[in-house]
Structure formats: structure tokens, C-alpha cells
Design a protein around this ligand. Structure first.
Ligand code: FES
Ligand code: FES
Length: 236
């Protein structure tokens, strides 16, 4: 599994975040009473001079499925927890919470990511898409429709992640082959083992998409690159 872009457009990278909070803590320690090195006022001034976020709640503005949402979260809150616990978007599921299973897959600017490994603040100013978007206007998107048709879920906990990963791959290449779509979901796990039904759904989807107009197949490598971020596939 590759890592995603470490410098998001919001301007706040994980490295900057850790550096900011680490510097603040280090400054407070080295100027604290234990070392006799300075007053509380000096520590306060040093803290104010160090760019950082938190530790208390900060304003968070997200664009989720086309809607602007605003809330406040502590900077340590992941995108997954922000979506589920602060803006009531529960399509992405919290299963492993450590970037392994894909149940939390959402699209960030069209790319699949594990929302449990992304800070909510990293998603500021970027487009977040979740499974809720696949039924937004009352008509079911072709990907979940195929899952329903082929009974490609049991408990359904993994399903939002699978359908978002497949949607991203088809958005990128509407004429992707079944093998390419299987590569696109290589970062997703189904504990109920409904893989055969998913394969049937994927084959049916590919047949439908192939009969529509769309760009030509770009090949497996380009599809894997398109999935590059914190989700799966090669670095793109
Ligand atoms: S919950 Fe995020 S990868 Fe499992
Ligand atoms: S349907 Fe239960 S984990 Fe996939």
C-alpha cells in the first residue's frame, strides 16, 4: 500500500501539524519551571509564535457530497470521525481504524483514501465524496445497483468502501476491465467473504459500461496509479 500525497491543498500536511504541536510542547518544556529557564509568560509567547492548531477545537469547513458543512473539531480528529461524529455522514464505516480494511474509503478530490488515516483538517478546501452521494437524487448509482442485483453483500459493513473504490476507478476509466476493477479494490477487505458475488457485479458493470461511449481502456498500470494515495495501488 502506498502513502498518499503528504502536502494537501489545504496547506496543512501531517508533517507540519506534528512539527507545530511538537515544537510548541518542546518550547513549553524547555522554558518551564523544571529547568528554571523562563516564566509562564515566556512559554505563552513562544507558543503564540509557533504556528500550530489546537489542542482545543478549531473550525472545520468541509465540502461533503457537494454540500458545505462547518463544525469544530480537535486537530487530532480524523476525517472518518469528523464525518461520522460531527456532520452525521455515516456511509464510511469505522472497522479497523488503522488503514487496513478499506471500510472507511471515501473520495478526496476524486481519489480513494482511507478516511481513518487522514486528519479532518487535511480535507479542508477539498471535495469529499461518500457513499451517500451514490443515491443523492433518489436514483441508485450503477455501482451500488450492481451490488444489489448480485447480492454482493452480507452484513454490508464493507460495501460503502468497495463501491466508492469502484466508482473512483470507473470515473477515471469508464471502460475499465473486470481485472482492473479488482485491482482498484485491492485495498478493501470483506470479512463476510462475498467476493464471488462482487466479481459477478463487477463483470456485469463492465459489460454495461463497455456498451456506453467513453474513453478507451488505459491499461492496468494507469488504473493502479489513479488509486495512488493512502488507499491502494502504486504511487501516482
Ligand atoms: S477503518 Fe479505515 S481502513 Fe479500516
Ligand atoms: S459484507 Fe460483511 S464485511 Fe463484507
Amino acid at each position: 500500500m502506498s502513502t498518499h500525497d503528504q502536502t494537501p491543498r489545504s496547506g496543512l500536511s501531517r508533517r507540519q501539524f506534528l512539527k507545530g504541536t511538537g515544537l510548541t510542547a518542546a518550547t513549553a518544556l524547555t522554558t518551564g519551571p523544571l529547568l528554571g529557564g523562563g516564566s509562564a509568560e515566556a512559554a505563552q509567547n513562544a507558543r503564540a509564535a509557533t504556528p500550530g492548531f489546537g489542542p482545543g477545537p478549531v473550525k472545520l469547513e468541509l465540502t461533503v457530497n457537494g454540500a458545505k458543512v462547518t463544525t469544530e473539531v480537535e486537530p487530532r480528529v480524523t476525517l472518518l470521525d469528523a464525518l461520522r461524529n460531527y456532520v452525521d455522514v455515516t456511509g464510511p464505516k469505522r472497522v479497523c481504524d488503522r488503514g487496513t480494511c478499506g471500510a472507511c474509503t471515501v473520495l478526496l478530490d476524486g481519489k480513494p483514501i482511507y478516511a481513518c488515516t487522514c486528519l479532518a483538517l487535511e480535507a479542508m478546501g477539498r471535495r469529499v465524496e461518500t457513499a451517500e452521494a451514490l443515491n443523492a437524487d433518489g436514483s441508485l448509482h450503477a455501482v451500488p445497483a450492481a451490488f444489489v442485483q448480485f447480492d454482493a453483500q452480507q452484513c454490508g459493513f464493507c460495501t460503502p468502501g468497495f463501491v466508492m473504490a469502484i466508482k473512483a476507478a470507473l470515473d477515471r476509466n469508464p471502460k475499465a476491465t473486470p481485472e482492473e476493477l479488482e485491482t482498484a479494490v485491492c485495498g478493501n477487505i470483506c470479512r463476510c467473504g462475498t467476493y464471488q458475488q462482487m466479481r459477478d457485479a463487477i463483470r456485469s458493470l463492465c459489460k454495461k459500461m463497455a456498451s456506453n461511449n467513453g474513453p478507451s481502456v488505459n491499461g492496468l498500470a494507469s488504473l493502479a496509479r489513479s488509486a495512488g494515495c493512502c488507499h491502494h495501488g502504486e504511487e501516482g
